[in-house]
Design a protein. Structure first.
Lengths: 537, 315, 271
């Protein structure tokens, strides 16, 4: 019999149906992954098992842990169950810990609350668990506060809290989504090790099919509150009976064909650029230390080139992006666009700025919610001396919208009327409207679901053909950079550690950091879907 | 922590210095000749000359400012022109009424507000919450001196539980002193308690929405346990800010409400001094009020650092 | 829109119309003395009774609401006119010297309790409604500057502001075009709350003689007159007090309701 048995689970929150007839099961020592895009209900499935649902939730069906139906248990018994028999790990390690309590106390609390040990025993057990998750007390004092730890370390503390009483069942809701790829690999290894060691069942929620394929024994694919397909990992990937599963798989490893690269004159020239921030002083009379966010970076982007910039969080890519956009001064070196400096002390040099536009990451934050699309995408007209007006302007708006696959009628709408993917298209339209020489894509597809991401990548590839784009594509996502760029820079701790033709760098990385990065990135199994998607042919 | 404290201390001293400059400028420079101002237009030339000498008006303005600040640092606030007694002693006498009244009211406010706020937050959206929020909405709106008049009307005049006013002095015993301050303290505290209860409630509700509260529930803590062990201390941070602000409001309120209860506190001294244009007393009392507010802000900053470890390492 | 917002707006509208009606009509001329009919309890002739000079209390309250609201509105306007530009300017370069100067000046003003400010101003310039307005107006400047700066700072980190900067727009222009319209909600909410506070401040200052001077009636002045007579004629204290409570409850309900309606995430400064 399975450890966890969910049958016919229906969930609605304040009348809105969230889950419909969900079935799944997890056995001891088994890792079951629930995957799907946003809105699929995968996280709510996890919270249903924990019985930690928002107010107004109505649930039917059964959730049995070792034969006990959790949906009918009174709250007091659920409290005894949570933490002791089921533990949970959350997506956001930065906010999942109480900022005013030490990590040792927070881990010990799980043990104390269930009253099985004395205070001293609980502390000893907490220290042992912190050691088990890779934070040995002699190196990471348990008297530290959460803000003194990195994201990966905090996630380890959350895991220690969840497994402190060796529960039968662990639930992990997107446990590595907020983490860098190298940290992600370590946390996934840790979870896998714990499952084997404690013989736990692990229900893991993730949007990342590649993580799933590496990790899970079985996979549950969800869409819009329903389970569309479920099965053992290998078998599921081999058959992919449901078209949605196939679509997810293909979108996850979507690749595009870029037109041939051409041209050779330098467009953007970054020469030995440095930017440092003053750190808050840690000692009373010590002189302030500086954190070198960007440290002697040089590269050239030529006309017609599609250049990638990859690196993990904190590597300096955001600082570099702002400097290239001319929004912030640099302290050393210079940045030239078409031979002229992008930053000038006295306000923006419109003539230089005209040559460059940007597409940001957040499809929800990049537009003023009070303006209509026509006004939003013509904002860069401010850079022109004689911006078009009247019908000329309307035609330009219509053309830009059409170029990104939207309708000219959309010009009169407000931004909240569009989905995330449509907003990214509008952002691209805004970047295109003054026909800049260079576009910066700053994590432009990172916040999108895989299927939407695939379509935006297609759009970029199309625009390369039709608009002869040159761009700098900044991303932490290696698979995206691999398909959308000709050449790539790898950045770490403010420096470019490797540079070369994209395929060359990915297939034969020379710097150890690049090698570690590529090794840590989870990959989809190599399956010839062309063959299997038409089995009847 | 030491760094943080020192930084706050420097900022405290700077604020005091700037505030004293502003007060000096308004009192000593704005009216033109302070001596002429205090005596009025019909002053005799010789009295005017005498006062000018007493105030050392012939000295340059920076010299007079430094002399004023230097005197205050040594506890010398000058001599009141109308009462002909040292200002420091007069203020100290009155402070023995106003300060206990402020602290008394602050305690009542906190003791009422914390349970009320926690109760309302824990019953969010239910009847108890709605009733509590309705009551505090009304409490916030009631002017404390009007409430004081109503208390006198009902509890002193009709029911005769308290005296309608007056203060026996602390030498008649702590108990009778406190008894005389009870009605004023209640009148002062209720509106502030209403504000504090609302802040407590919304701070708790904010914290209840935090991810770490969900983590606590996932560990097996009940709703109540999570609120006590993880919610309260985090909610305290905004509540502390309001408590700090309330000290200055309660002190100002005390000065006003002393008028209703005929209490011999700072209030009467101030209003008499304004009427008799005794700028020396006014200047000192205003400086004192500012000093209290700035010092309380400093203490609140220190309390932040105790509650929130993130502040101890950050600047 | 919530029930609180409806009740609050209704109450405010009622009080405001009483004040406006008093411009053209009151049951009796508010300054008309009638000593033989002094301290009359409420009756059909004088719905809220008469005061110690025999003046009609309803008429006085109508004019008093007008005076008190006038004082509060002008003081809030002072806060808005100076506080918003300062807050916007400070937010444009966080931690820059302009920001430092503005915020430190604000801190110093904030350190003066409102009453201390009023005492200082009155001691030198004499008690008057104008000086009460100036004192509360100065007090409002840092309040609005802080709210504006706080709201604006979070917007400066938003990507649509970066997009506007990439489009070459100056910080001043971005402040006017993108920042201000997006913080209007918080400013309206804070404005209502400061308005309510202004009613209470006028009452307190006039009560101790630092505000509106006779013969102009204001709610605070009426309470000051009532203080010695409250035991023999409670009605002359009760009604002006209820009027104050009515206005303040109305405005506060409206402010809270507007906040929830416009954006539940807005935080206001409560002083």
């Amino acid at each position: 019999m399975s450890l966890l048995e969910v049958t016919g689970l229906n969930l609605s929150i304040t009348g809105k149906s969230i889950l419909r007839n969900v079935d799944l099961s997890v056995a001891k020592g088994e890792i079951v992954a629930v995957t799907g895009e946003s809105g699929s209900g995968k996280s709510m499935t996890a919270f249903s098992v924990m019985q930690l649902l928002p107010e107004g939730a109505e649930i039917s069906g059964s959730i049995k842990l070792d034969g006990t139906d959790l949906t009918t248990l009174p709250e007091s018994q659920l409290c005894e169950m949570r933490g002791a028999r089921i533990g949970m790990v959350f997506q956001e390690p930065m906010s999942a810990l109480n900022p005013v309590k030490t990590i040792g106390d927070q881990v010990a609390e799980t043990i104390l609350i269930h009253g099985t040990m004395s205070r001293n025993q609980a502390r000893a057990q907490a220290h042992e668990m912190l050691g088990r998750v890779g934070l040995p007390p002699d190196q990471f004092s348990p008297t530290r506060f959460p803000h003194e730890l990195s994201g990966g370390q905090r996630q380890r503390v959350v895991i220690a809290m969840a497994i402190a009483l060796r529960p039968d069942m662990l639930i992990a809701d997107e446990p590595t989504t907020a983490l860098d790829v190298t940290t992600q690999a370590q946390i996934l290894d840790l979870l896998k090790g714990l499952v084997a060691e404690f013989d736990m069942g692990l229900l893991m929620i993730t949007h990342d099919l590649a993580v799933v394929s590496d990790m899970a024994d079985r996979i549950v694919v969800m869409r819009a509150g329903e389970v569309v397909e479920t099965g053992p990992t290998r078998q599921l990937f081999a058959k992919m009976r449901h078209p949605y599963t196939r679509m997810l798989f293909e979108a996850s490893r979507h690749s595009v064909d870029l037109p041939e690269k051409h041209g050779s004159e330098p467009l953007l020239s970054v020469q030995n650029v440095a930017r440092a921030y003053r750190l808050p002083r840690t000692k009373l009379f010590a002189s302030a230390e500086h954190y070198r966010a960007v440290d002697g970076v040089s590269f050239t982007l030529r006309k017609g080139e599609r250049l990638g910039l990859v690196g993990e969080s904190g590597c300096g890519k955001s600082t570099l992006t702002r400097a290239i956009l001319g929004l912030e001064p640099v302290q050393g070196g210079q940045i030239l666009l078409n031979g002229a400096p992008v930053y000038t002390e006295r306000g923006a040099d419109l003539a230089v700025r005209r040559g460059m536009q940007v597409v940001f990451q957040d499809p929800f934050g990049s537009f003023n919610p009070r303006h209509r699309v026509a006004r939003l995408i013509t904002e860069p007209y401010h850079l022109l001396e004689n911006p078009p007006s009247g019908t000329e302007r309307a035609d330009a708006v219509a053309e830009a919208l059409r170029a990104v696959g939207l309708s000219p009628d959309d010009a009169g709408k407000y931004i909240h009327e569009f989905s995330g993917g449509q907003r990214q298209r509008i952002a691209i339209a805004r970047a295109l409207i003054i026909k800049p020489d260079l576009i910066l894509f700053d994590e432009a597809v990172s916040a999108l679901d895989v299927s939407v991401r695939a379509r935006i990548l297609d759009l970029v590839a199309e625009l390369c053909e039709s608009h002869d784009l040159s761009y700098l594509f900044i991303s932490h996502d290696l698979s995206v950079v691999r398909t959308i760029t000709d050449r790539v820079l790898v950045m770490r701790a403010g420096r470019i550690v490797e540079e070369g033709e994209t395929e060359q760098v990915f297939s034969h990385p020379s710097h150890p950091y690049t090698r570690a990065l590529i090794a840590a990135a989870p990959v989809l199994p190599d399956i010839d879907t062309q063959h299997r998607s038409h089995p009847h042919v | 922590m030491l760094r943080y404290t020192l930084k706050r201390l420097i900022s405290l001293l700077l604020s005091l210095a700037v505030a004293s400059l502003v007060i000096f400028a308004v009192i000593e420079i704005a009216p033109g000749d302070p001596a002429q101002f205090m005596l009025g237009v019909n002053a005799q030339p010789d009295t005017l000359a005498a006062l000018r000498t007493e105030l050392e008006l012939d000295a340059s303005k920076p010299e007079r400012y430094l002399a004023w600040v230097g005197g205050m640092l040594q506890g010398d606030f000058g001599t009141s022109y109308t009462y002909r007694t040292p200002v420091a002693g007069m203020i100290a006498d009155r402070l023995w009424v106003s300060l206990p009244l402020t602290i008394y009211a602050l305690l009542i406010s906190i003791l009422l507000a914390f349970p009320a706020g926690i109760y309302a937050a824990s019953r969010r959206g239910k009847m108890g919450d709605a009733a509590m929020m309705g009551t505090t909405q009304l409490g916030v709106a009631i002017p404390n001196f009007w409430f004081a008049m109503m208390l006198v009307l009902v509890l002193a005049v009709n029911l005769r539980w308290f005296n309608a006013g007056g203060f026996p002095g602390w030498d008649k015993g702590v108990w009778s002193g406190l008894h005389a301050l009870t009605l004023p303290a209640i009148a002062l505290a209720l509106p502030q308690a209403s504000i504090l209860a609302r802040v407590m409630r919304s701070a708790l509700l904010d914290v209840l929405g935090e991810d770490f509260m969900r983590t606590a529930r996932a560990k097996g803590l009940s709703r109540g346990q999570a609120l006590w062990r993880h919610g309260l201390r985090n909610a305290l941070i905004p509540v502390l800010t309001i408590i700090g602000l309330q000290v200055s409001f309660l002190l100002a309120g005390a000065i006003i409400i002393e008028q209703v209860f005929y209490l011999p506190g700072l209030g009467r001294l101030i209003f008499q001094s304004i009427n008799s244009r005794d700028l020396i007393v006014v200047e000192s009392v205003v400086m004192l009020l500012v000093f209290v507010v700035i010092t309380v802000n400093f203490l609140v900053d220190l309390a932040y650092a105790i509650v929130d470890p993130r502040l101890r390492t950050r600047t | 829109m919530s029930r609180g917002l409806w009740i609050g707006s209704g109450l405010t509208a009622m009080m405001l119309s009483l004040a406006l009606v008093s411009l053209i009509w009151t049951p009796y001329p508010y300054e008309q003395l009638d000593i033989p009919n002094k301290l009359l309890p409420p009756s059909l002739v004088h719905p809220l009774g008469t005061d110690h000079f025999g003046r009609d209390i309803l008429s006085m309250i109508m004019v008093g609401i007008r005076t008190s609201m006038g004082v509060a509105i002008v003081a809030v306007a002072i806060g808005l006119v100076f506080g918003i530009p300062l807050g916007l300017l400070a937010s444009q370069r966080k931690g820059g010297w302009i920001d430092e100067v503005i915020m430190r000046t604000n801190d110093v003003i904030f350190a003066f309790p409102l009453l201390a400010m009023a005492i200082l101003i009155t001691a030198v310039f004499g008690p008057s409604a104008t000086n009460a307005i100036i004192a509360f107006g100065i007090f409002n400047i840092p309040v609005f500057a802080r709210v504006t700066r706080g709201g604006a700072l979070s917007l400066w980190e938003r990507e649509f502001i970066f997009a506007a900067r990439v489009a070459g727009k100056s910080r001043l222009r971005i402040s006017a075009e993108h920042i201000l319209p997006n913080i209007l909600g918080i400013l309206i909410v804070q404005g209502t709350i400061q308005f309510a506070l202004g009613i209470q401040v006028e009452a307190a200052l006039s009560f101790v003689g630092l505000g509106v001077q006779p013969p102009t009636p204001s709610l605070g002045r009426m309470l000051a007159d009532a203080q010695t007579l409250v035991t023999i004629a409670p009605h002359i204290a009760i009604f002006p007090g209820l009027a104050i409570i009515g206005i303040v409850v109305g405005l506060n309900l409206m402010g809270d309701g507007l906040r929830d309606w416009l954006d539940p995430r807005i935080r206001v400064v409560r002083t």
